[in-house]
Design a protein around this ligand. Structure first.
Ligand SMILES: [Zn+2]
Length: 61
């Protein structure tokens, strides 16, 4: 089921929450400001996060 060529592994975004300390956005790779809503998702066993509203630093997505 997973695409293994050309792209990063697909993330399944599960719910909006607040990012724990020390994580950074999966899309724009920046850290999060405190109390900013983020999408929590998973890639395999790893949890990843992205800005929920819009990545302030991402050119797209
Ligand atoms: Zn972001």
């Amino acid at each position: 089921m997973e695409e293994k060529s050309g792209r990063a592994a697909a993330v399944e975004w599960e719910y909006v929450t607040y990012a724990p300390a020390g994580v950074s956005c999966h899309v724009c790779r920046r850290g999060f400001e405190p109390l900013v809503p983020v999408w929590r998702g998973g890639v395999g066993a790893a949890a990843v996060y992205r800005h929920a509203v819009r990545c302030p630093w991402a050119e797209e997505l």
